[in-house]
Design a protein. Sequence first.
Length: 191
Amino acid sequence: MGLFSMFESVFGSKKKSRVLVVGLDNSGKTTIINHLKPKKVASAGSEITPTVGFQVEEFAKNNINFTMYDMSGQSRYRSLWEHYYNDVQAIIFVLDSTDRLRLCVAKEELQQLLAHDDIRKTRAPVLFFANKMDVAGAVTPEEVMDELELDKIRDKPWHIQQSNAVTGSGVDEGVEWLCTAIGGSLSGKRK
């Protein structure tokens, strides 16, 4: 089953999915989003420019309208993140696995995100991409999990997936998990 077929099976036809994509600057958020978009919509060429402020990426595939909020990870723009927390169905948190020094900053940002009322009141699943795993010296997903204390997240489903956003390695597998988790969180809302 293809990625977008999976999204369709989770949401049915003509559904909308709001996904917040966050992480520190230079983690690979925009590159991951570009990999997910249909090839005719994806940015041509191999150079992707850093997001300043935020970008909204909308595209349709298999009767699903996606709205992905690509939030800048630069420190001066991180305060914008909270303006987009309301009514998201999922969160993708992208980490640069080669940036050991800033894992503590990523942890602080994650804790603030999870503590925010709009996020805390939902069961929106969180997909963590441990990105740039192809680079020598990258921390393992297990090290990222320990450093960010992901095992303390007990009120919403989460998953960590190693990835290489440039080649797309691991991206599809992570999104497959997210599709399943979104389906579970939506069915949980109906009860």
